[in-house]
Design a protein around this ligand. Structure first.
Ligand code: FAD
Length: 289
C-alpha cells in the first residue's frame, strides 16, 4: 500500500523505523527484531540505508520481508551521496522487482574529505526525487529538519530548499528527531506559510541508553530541553531506569502531538521491540492498530 493513502486516515497512527545489519551475519537478529515490531501492527515500517550504499541489499531484502512475510507496509530508504546514478537506478529496479511502493529519498551525509558531488552523482535529494518519479509509480517521502539542516546557515534557506524538494514530487515528509514539541509546531507553521502542504510525520526517538545520549549530544543543533537533561542526569547510569524514563518521555511527546492534531507519528525504534512494544502499550487507548 502507498503511504500517501495510509496518511489519508485521520485517526492517530504509529509507524516504526528499523536499520539493517552492517554485515550479513547480523541479518537474522535484525529480522527477528523486525518481526516483533511488525507484530505490533504499526501503519508501516521504514528501513534505513547505509549512506555508503554497502547495506543496500539488506535494506531491500528487509523491506521486502516486512511486506511479504509480516504483512506490514514497508518504506525503503535510499541515499545517493556515494553512488553513481546507474548504481541508484539498479537499487530502484530491485525495489520495483520486489513491489516495494514507498521510498524515502535522501541525499545522505557527505563523507569527510571526499570531493562532492562526483561526476554522474546527484547533488541534492531533490534531483534523486525527480529521477525516481521518472522510474516508476512510487510514493516518495523525504527528510526535513525542524531545527534546520546543519549545512544551511539560515533556516529560511533550508525551508526554501525544502519547498523546491517537495515540488520535485514528494508525497510526505519525515522529520529529524527533536525533543521539544514546540520546535515542531513552529516549524509546521513556517513551512505551511511557505506553501508546503504535504503531510509531515514527526520523528520521535525514545532515548533509552547512554550510548544514544552521547550520540545525540554530539549532534550539532539538536536542542535538549532542561526536562530531558534532568532525566539523563538522574537516570543515565542506570540502564533499566533510563529505558523506562526514555519510553515515558517519548510517550509524553507523542500524546502531546496527538492532542495537538498531529495524527501520524514515526518512532525511531532502533531495532528494539521491547521499546516499541512499551510505547504501543502506553498508547493502547489512543492510537489505531
Ligand atoms: P537534501 O534535501 O539534499 O539537503 C541537504 C542540504 O542541502 C540541506 O542543507 C539543504 O538545505 C541543502 N539544499 C537542498 N537543495 C538545495 C539547493 N537546490 N540549493 C542549495 N542547497 C540545497 N542518512 C542515511 O545515510 N541513511 C538513511 O537511511 C537516512 N534516513 C534519514 C531519515 C530521516 C527522516 C532523516 C531526517 C534523515 C535521514 N538520514 C539518513 C540523514 C540524511 O541523509 C542527512 O541528514 C543528509 O545530510 C541530508 O539528506 P537530505 O535528503 O535531507 O538532503
Amino acid at each position: 500500500m502507498k503511504i500517501r493513502d495510509i496518511l489519508k486516515n485521520e485517526e492517530p497512527h504509529i509507524s516504526f523505523e528499523v536499520f539493517p545489519p552492517k554485515t550479513d551475519a547480523g541479518y537474522d537478529s535484525v529480522l527477528t527484531a523486525t518481526q516483533k515490531i511488525a507484530a505490533l501492527k504499526p501503519s508501516f515500517i521504514s528501513v534505513t540505508y547505509g549512506a555508503g550504499g554497502g547495506t543496500s541489499r539488506n535494506t531491500v531484502n528487509i523491506a521486502t520481508q516486512i511486506k511479504n512475510d509480516f504483512g506490514v507496509t514497508s518504506l525503503a530508504h535510499l541515499t545517493c551521496v556515494s553512488s553513481t546514478k546507474e548504481e541508484v537506478h539498479r537499487v530502484i529496479d530491485r525495489l520495483k522487482e520486489n513491489q516495494i511502493e514507498n521510498i524515502l529519498a535522501l541525499r545522505g551525509d557527505i563523507p569527510a574529505e571526499s570531493e562532492f558531488p562526483l561526476p554522474n552523482h546527484y547533488r541534492y535529494a531533490s534531483e534523486l526525487i525527480a529521477d525516481i518519479q521518472k522510474q516508476g509509480d512510487f510514493c516518495i517521502g523525504a527528510a526535513c529538519y525542524p531545527e534546520g539542516h546543519v549545512e544551511t546557515e539560515h533556516k529560511k534557506d533550508d525551508i526554501l530548499n525544502l519547498k523546491h524538494k517537495v515540488d520535485c514530487g514528494v508525497d510526505f515528509l519525515t522529520t529529524q528527531m527533536f525533543f521539544d514539541n514546540n520546535i515542531l509546531y513552529n516549524f509546521l507553521y513556517r513551512i505551511r506559510e511557505k506553501g508546503i502542504t504535504v503531510p509531515v510525520l514527526p520523528g520521535i526517538m525514545p532515548v533509552t541508553n547512554k550510548k544514544q545520549i552521547e550520540r545525540i549530544g554530539g549532534l550539532s543543533g539538536t536542542i535538549l530541553p532542561e526536562r530531558f537533561r534532568a532525566i539523563v542526569d538522574r537516570f543515565g547510569n542506570n540502564p533499566a531506569a533510563m529505558q523506562q524514563a526514555g519510553i515515558a518521555y517519548a510517550t509524553d511527546q507523542i500524546i502531546d502531538l496527538i492532542a495537538n492534531g498531529v495524527n501520524h507519528i514515526h518512532v525511531y525504534s532502533m531495532n528494539k521491540p521491547e521499546v516499541a512494544g512499551a510505547i504501543m502499550r502506553n498508547l493502547s487507548e489512543i492510537v489505531v492498530i
